[in-house]
Write a protein that binds this ligand. Structure first.
Ligand SMILES: O=C(CO)[C@H](O)[C@H](O)COP(=O)(O)O
Ligand SMILES: [Fe+2]
Length: 239
């Protein structure tokens, strides 16, 4: 199981100390939401901020690109210190090349799917990815309500993973709290992104521990680390 606090809910006025809070929290990944004001109706931050934060921690930087033109951004985020970059399947025919490009930059590869998009659209790309990010809110903003209708997608992805040859993390993002994380864990998710429920809390370490306990209670210990008894590369810090 991997817990990935989203910096989107951190205090932007003191990012260095927010990273220190993350470091002390026991969370495995730091989720970095990049919004371009076009793919989603909001702006967040860019590679300059990521590069500034990179020397402060060895944690795994999970960069979620909600951007219309990742082509121009991939080398910048690779240079800034991303460990994994996730692009959206909604970008259509450019996806295969983008995934190849991320891999060729030496990074882990993620593919995200929005709530209204059919899960079948990601299936051709499963051989190319390390992480399938199933959005459980419409992207663009933190603090939204979890969309329950996304749960069958997690179950379907879990079935693909257990019955097929491709090994990938199933990451959930949006409206994740102790209750919804439990539901996602039962459906087969193994990476849990949360902004409001983690950085949004004064005690991040305690919030991470609560979320972890909720997930552990939802699934048997043998499966809590590696879905369905398999061993994906457990990537939790810089290699
Ligand atoms: O990708 C995202 C939004 O597009 C964020 O990662 C996500 O919304 C996390 O925030 P919260 O836990 O508050 O929903
Ligand atoms: Fe995200």
């Amino acid at each position: 199981m991997i817990i990935a606090p989203s910096l989107l809910a951190a205090n932007y006025g003191r990012l260095a100390s927010e990273v220190a809070r993350h470091k002390a929290s026991g969370a495995e990944w730091l989720h970095l939401d990049i919004m371009d004001g076009h793919f989603v109706p909001n702006l967040s931050f860019g590679p300059g901020i990521v590069k500034t934060l990179r020397p402060l921690t060895r944690t795994f930087f999970d960069v979620h690109l909600m951007c219309s033109k990742p082509e121009v951004l991939l080398p910048l985020f690779a240079d800034a210190g991303a460990d994994q970059i996730t692009v959206h399947v909604e970008l259509g025919e450019r996806v295969a090349h983008l995934l190849w490009k991320i891999r060729s930059l030496g990074l882990k590869v993620g593919l995200a799917v929005n709530p209204p998009t059919q899960l079948a659209t990601v299936r051709p790309y499963l051989p190319q990815i390390d992480t399938l990010l199933i959005m459980t809110v419409n992207p663009g903003f933190g603090g939204q309500e979890f969309i329950e209708e996304c749960l069958p997608k997690i179950q379907q992805a879990h079935t693909w993973r257990t019955s097929g040859p491709h090994r990938f993390h199933i990451e959930v993002d949006g409206g994740i709290n102790e209750r919804t994380a439990r539901e996602c864990a039962r459906a087969g998710a193994d990476v849990f992104v949360a902004g409001t429920a983690l950085f949004g809390k004064p005690n991040l370490k305690a919030a991470v521990a609560r979320l972890r306990r909720a997930v552990e209670q939802a699934i048997p210990p043998s499966e809590s680390d590696t879905p369905a008894g398999r061993k994906p590369s457990r990537i939790t810090s810089r290699q």
